[in-house]
Ligand binder design. Structure first.
Ligand SMILES: Cc1cc2nc3c(=O)[nH]c(=O)nc-3n(C[C@H](O)[C@H](O)[C@H](O)COP(=O)(O)O)c2cc1C
Length: 431
């Protein structure tokens, strides 16, 4: 099992705030217990001078919080609720790619799995957190049904200025295979693009390519060289299906190899020539995999919680530290995922250059974990992520703004860019 080397740069203790601001946040967390202020972003800008606007895949989002792909984004009513709650974006459940005859090379991921167990988990550094255990699979209905769902979701999102993004698992060569099923790439991408264009016109379609953590336990992912080939080939295969029309995001997974290999993966996606073979953005990083953990009849399941954020934050900081100033500026836009259960952790990912934050587990926590008692789980989570006096993003962005002397007009995207550019100063200040 890989060794966990915890991150060095952490936000420790309480955020440093003036008495006046601390009082305002304490009042707001109480005041909005029965419903968030609307419009949320305008309230936060007027009250705290924080512009929550950011970018996902180079597209503007009204705030940096999104729902990560999964069981909570596979039905239109879930997306409608997220739009009403105020999320900035949603990634739909991963669909398994197919060719024009309906063949799916990754069909073992296209099965119906419903039972999920939400349970506390203790990390290797003894921190307490939460994880969801299940057998881990993709969209199980037809591709036509997915396209219909995608269209309805875009509609629900547009009404609330919430970006909606598809996620796909395409063919990856395994075993003795040396070829790529390119038709799966072209057919699936083009059909999704048709749905997108009908609703959004010629704006490029962002798309996440899911390298799921269950791949870590699959025979396909036992060789480092093979994983390297996937990362190299996949962006070009998707781009070539519709040149200039799709923004490809690689959702990097946590392998069973040591951190050095995670760094190697990040390095190699950045080394691709800046043309169609290069990804447009990254999502870092999907859950950990425990080959020995048993759930029902299955041995080997994915998990999250504190080890996931510790590992992701540690790898991202090692990656930034290994790069020159010029290289850091040319890095791919980053959306973070992994145990984002507080604004504090969100700010720790932002310090490493993440301009958006996507969550799954927080939306499954028991109601008792939230101080907001009414509204949907998404609204409760946003209330907690933003307004918590010690753990919320408002408090931590104000702390960082003061520490680093950020200009008043900077939005969240610009803050993340600043952190990337000034990574070495940030390390000195915080470690
Ligand atoms: C029940 C469940 C289902 C998931 N399904 C998918 C999926 O279909 N595609 C995908 O890219 N990620 C999937 N994920 C990963 C999440 O999108 C997310 O990246 C990951 O859980 C880390 O975020 P979290 O710690 O907030 O849960 C799933 C996660 C869970 C817990």
């Amino acid at each position: 099992m890989w060794e966990l080397l915890p991150p060095r740069v952490r936000l420790i203790g309480a955020p440093c705030l003036s008495e006046h601001i601390a009082r305002q946040i304490a009042q707001d967390v109480e005041r909005f217990c029965n419903g968030l202020p609307r419009p949320l972003e305008a309230y936060i800008l007027a009250t705290y001078g924080i512009d929550l606007a950011s970018e996902y895949a180079g597209l503007r989002v009204k705030n940096p919080f999104g729902k990560a792909s999964g069981q909570l984004s596979l039905a239109t009513h879930q997306i409608e609720r997220d739009a009403a709650a105020g999320l900035g974006f949603v990634i739909l459940k991963t669909v398994i790619a197919q060719d024009s005859s309906g063949e799916q090379s990754m069909r073992e991921w296209a099965i119906h799995e419903t039972r999920m167990l939400v349970e506390p988990i203790r990390g290797r550094m003894a921190e307490e957190g939460w994880t969801v255990t299940w057998k881990g699979r993709g969209w199980f209905d037809t591709f036509a049904a997915y396209r219909h769902f995608f269209a309805e979701s875009i509609g629900a999102g547009q009404a609330a200025d919430m970006l909606v993004v598809p996620s796909v698992k395409y063919h990856l060569p395994g075993g003795q295979e040396t070829f790529w099923k390119e038709e799966e790439y072209s057919f699936t991408t083009l059909r999704l693009l048709e749905t997108w264009i009908e609703a959004c016109g010629n704006q490029p379609m962002p798309l996440e390519k899911d390298f799921s953590p269950t791949l870590a336990g699959d025979e396909r992912a036992t060789q480092q060289a093979r994983i390297g080939e996937w990362l190299k080939a996949v962006p070009g295969l998707i781009h070539r299906a519709a040149p200039g029309k799709v923004r490809v995001g690689l959702k990097i997974f946590n392998t069973l190899f040591e951190d050095d290999f995670q760094l190697h993966m990040l390095d190699s996606v950045h080394r691709a020539r800046p043309d169609e073979d290069r990804a447009d953005f990254l999502v870092y990083a999907n859950r950990l995999f425990d080959p020995a953990k048993k759930f029902e009849d299955k041995v080997g399941v994915a998990y999250g919680g504190p080890d996931l954020s510790d590992r992701n934050l540690a790898v991202l900081e090692k990656f930034l530290s290994s790069r020159s100033n010029a290289d850091r500026l040319g890095e791919l836009p980053l959306s973070a995922t992994g145990d984002i259960h507080s604004g504090r952790i969100a700010a720790e990912y932002l310090l490493r250059g993440a301009s958006t934050l996507q969550m799954h587990t927080i939306f499954q926590l028991p109601n008792g974990q939230f101080s907001m008692q009414t509204g949907s789980k998404t609204e409760k989570a946003l209330h907690h992520l933003l307004f918590h006096p010690q753990e919320g993003l408002i408090a931590w962005l104000l702390d960082l703004k003061q520490r680093f002397g950020w200009e008043q007009a900077m939005n969240v995207h610009q803050m993340a860019e600043w952190c990337r550019k000034n990574w070495k100063n940030a390390v000195e200040e915080l470690s």
